[in-house]
Ligand binder design. Structure first.
Ligand SMILES: NC(=O)c1ccc[n+]([C@@H]2O[C@H](COP(=O)([O-])OP(=O)(O)OC[C@H]3O[C@@H](n4cnc5c(N)ncnc54)[C@H](OP(=O)(O)O)[C@@H]3O)[C@@H](O)[C@H]2O)c1
Length: 301
């Protein structure tokens, strides 16, 4: 298969590219102006996601496009400028991408676009499937608009998958490296009440889920890419402490997290999302790491 990818230099993109290439697929990146082009290959597509300008001929004829781009959600305090960037690098970027793909003579038949379980907002004890409604906070709204921009690809007949990722466990990216710091200082502990649900997935299983979404024509629309066993924050914290052989005795009160991180604290650390991978389960998806402790061991290997 010939696959084009945005966000290819990120955590998911790097691993996915390596696996697809190892399996014999051709993967080309969308390369943004001013980004490192050291690893560029012939066939890569130069584009400016802010204006939507793209080297269209280079994008002709791909079988699938995988859209993983987006400025890091946890990469800095949510000032007004940062929030605008989080939104534009997802919603505007995806709108521009879809508009450009629609102009191709030979558009892709498959479009996989990243999304996030942030779609659901803070939902307490509720079990959330792909059919659940979206939340009302900042991340929910971005995610809803991001998905709405992506699904427009169906207008030219491409099968579209909205990959609602949970917390992807890896020591090289995502949220886990930031969670490790307090433990290394001997100051790890539950966050807030510790009762909030965290829906996680190993990087290996997230990559397999995307590869399944590329090839399995039964998968379309939103897919929860999470393990079948979400954990409460207190249990997640205990499992992490056990794997790290460190104590987990210093809880971080909600007010302190809010003071340190502002709005991000509620959205990323204190909100509760108990997400069920209903569609993957219906497709008999086989998890390599369905159990949290084994997933954490694998991530920290
Ligand atoms: N990791 C998780 O736990 C998790 C959870 C839920 C959802 N997601 C979503 O899944 C997608 C992939 O996740 P990831 O962990 O691989 O993300 P990542 O490591 O942060 O990589 C995202 C990529 O997006 C591109 N990018 C960064 N800033 C950008 C900007 N301002 N404008 C346009 N493009 C920009 C970069 O790729 P290029 O330089 O190659 O363009 C970057 O490598 C992201 O959209 C993320 O929000 C991830």
């Amino acid at each position: 298969m010939h696959i084009l990818m945005t966000g290819a230099s990120g955590l998911v993109g790097t691993t996915l590219t390596a696996e697809l290439r190892a399996a014999g697929d051709t993967v080309n990146r969308f390369v943004r102006p001013g980004t490192d082009s050291t690893h560029s290959n012939s066939g890569d597509v130069t584009w400016d996601p802010q204006s939507g300008e793209m080297n269209l001929p280079a994008a002709e004829g791909a079988d699938a496009v995988i859209n993983l781009a987006g400025a890091s959600i946890g990469g800095g305090r949510w000032t007004a400028n940062r929030k605008a960037l989080l939104r534009s690098s997802r919603v505007d970027l995806t709108e521009h991408l879809v508009t450009a793909l629609a102009r191709l003579k030979s558009p892709p038949k498959i479009f996989i676009s990243a999304s996030a379980i942030g779609f659901y907002g803070d939902r307490g004890e509720e079990s959330l499937t792909e059919a659940s409604s979206s939340g009302k906070d900042f991340l929910s709204k971005i995610t809803r608009d991001w998905e709405a921009a992506a699904i427009k690809v169906e207008q030219f007949g491409a099968r579209t998958v909205l990959a609602r990722f949970g917390i992807i466990l890896s020591k090289t990216g995502g949220a886990l490296p930031q969670m490790l710091t307090p433990f290394k200082l001997g100051a790890g502990g539950k966050l807030g009440s510790g009762k909030q649900w965290m829906s996680w997935i190993s990087l290996d299983d997230a990559i397999t889920a995307i590869r399944t979404a590329i090839t399995d024509a039964n998968l379309r629309g939103p897919i929860n890419i999470v393990a079948p066993n979400p954990a409460r924050n207190a249990d997640f914290t205990r499992a992490l402490a056990k794997v790290l052989h460190r104590p987990a005795i210093l809880p971080a009160p909600a007010f302190a997290l809010r003071l340190a991180l502002g709005e991000m604290a509620d959205a990323l650390l204190l909100s509760s999302q108990r997400v069920i991978p209903e569609k993957l389960t219906q497709q008999h998806f086989k998890y390599q790491y369905a159990d949290l402790e084994s997933a954490l061991r694998r991530a920290l290997q």
